[in-house]
Design a protein. Structure first.
Lengths: 206, 211
């Protein structure tokens, strides 16, 4: 059984290396991890999902990495890590990694292949500031709309707090979703703008 | 006379006692539960510990009908405006209990997203330690709050509250009196003129008939 898994990992690495110009990530000790060039990422993910020999039909996780203070690291500052799993062949897992330099923060989106990537990519955008090109709705998901900066970057001071003045206005998204389902919005709600006295002390205004 | 009335006397102290008695024994909590402290509050409220023994019979999930805002759990900066609005919506008299380490001081969340204690946003009456606090600690906090309410003087607060109103009413009355006096003076002058005119006319008429 163990031998089979090893062979699968090896085949994945070899296929991705030969087809999409990937390189094996030797830092990953416990699983198969392949570093893929940014321009072939979408093709590689499509191959992993649809190819009969792979059938990686589940996106487990999508996470950003900031290597700014990482010891002995050379190369681009950011990386995005994709973890895939196969539900048809249990035990098959593979990780893809894309390196992103600070000069060009764009990463191609995979929301057209995996719907679960939508919110995960929004989270990476929110916390690291990486821009996923082609994402249908790239907004902040965890932090407030008034938040300035990206808190999981290593150069963001972890204890720097920001006062916020209003609650997030989420009704337009709700109305859009209802309209997609075939409902008709009779009256559109307006956001009540906060008056001057309602700003909390030290809050950031536009 | 006024000095005599400002001092507490038998009637005001009895009223204070009555009002405080009513307030201490019907503290309706409004749980703002965001973390594990809210679970402890649930066990405080139900049969085993039974918070309704001290009169906190109903948990009201609307700020309009509750007396005690119970902040149980971590408050993030995204929630802070909501909590402030909720506190402002509560009717007087209102009290706040910060339950657990997170609500009191931010707890171990020393980071960009957590408010370091809700006293940065709203005034707090009683703090409870613990992570999460035990139901006994919550009872202790309620007893502390009851002691605090018993020390309050409703009549004194009321006097302070109506002081401004009284002054405003006095000023308004003065103004109205002055206006009335002015109006009366004008009327009197009008009447005098009218009488003088009439007299002149009568004099003229008398002269005409004489001729």
């Amino acid at each position: 059984m163990e031998a089979n898994e090893m062979t699968f990992a090896e085949t994945v690495v070899s296929v991705l290396t030969s087809k999409f110009g990937g390189t094996k990530d030797n830092a990953a000790k416990w699983d198969a991890c392949v570093v893929v060039p940014k321009e072939y990422l979408h093709n590689a993910v499509e191959f992993l999902k649809n190819d009969a020999s792979m059938q990686m039909d589940m996106l487990l996780d999508l996470a950003g990495i900031d290597y700014l203070t990482y010891p002995n690291h050379e190369g681009p500052r950011f990386a995005v890590s994709y973890a895939f799993k196969s539900t048809k062949n249990p035990g098959r897992r593979v990780r893809l990694k894309v390196l992103v330099s600070e000069a060009d923060l764009n990463v191609p989106t995979i929301t057209d292949l995996y719907a679960s990537a939508n919110w995960l990519e929004r989270e990476v955008y929110d916390q690291f500031g990486l821009v996923f090109t082609g994402h249908p709705d790239l907004r902040r998901i965890l932090n407030h709309v008034e938040f300035v900066g990206h808190p999981l970057r290593k150069d963001y001071p972890a204890q720097k707090r920001q006062w916020l003045s209003t609650t997030d206005f989420l009704v337009p998204e709700l109305e859009k979703r209802l309209e997609d389902k075939g409902y008709k919005v009779i009256q559109r709600s307006k956001e009540i703008m906060p008056v001057e006295e309602e700003y909390l002390e030290g809050s950031i205004r536009e | 006379m006024s000095n005599e009335a400002e001092k507490p006397n038998f009637i005001t102290t009895s009223l204070d006692f009555l009002v405080n008695w009513g307030r201490t024994n019907s503290l309706w909590p409004f749980p703002y539960g965001t973390a594990c402290c809210a679970i402890e509050f649930m066990s405080t409220e139900v049969g085993r510990y039974d918070l309704s023994r001290i009169g906190s019979e109903y948990v009201r999930f609307t700020p309009r009908q509750s007396d005690v805002l119970l902040v149980a759990g971590t408050i993030s900066y995204k929630q802070a405006p909501i909590l402030k609005r909720m506190y402002e919506q509560m009717a007087e008299p209102r009290w706040v209990i910060a339950m657990g380490a997170c609500a009191s001081s931010g707890g171990f969340y020393d980071c960009y997203c957590t408010v370091p204690g809700i006293d940065h946003i709203i005034p707090v009456d009683v703090y409870i330690g613990g992570c999460p606090s035990r139901p006994e600690a919550f009872f202790e906090a309620m007893f502390d709050l009851q002691k605090k309410i018993k020390d309050e003087s409703y009549m004194k607060q009321r006097a302070e509250r109506v002081k401004d109103q009284l002054e405003m009413i006095k000023a308004k009355t003065e103004q109205a009196k002055a206006e009335a006096r002015e109006f009366a003076r004008e009327k009197r002058e009008e009447l005098k003129e009218f009488v003088a005119e009439k007299e002149q006319k009568l004099v003229k008429k008398a002269q005409f008939w004489k001729e």
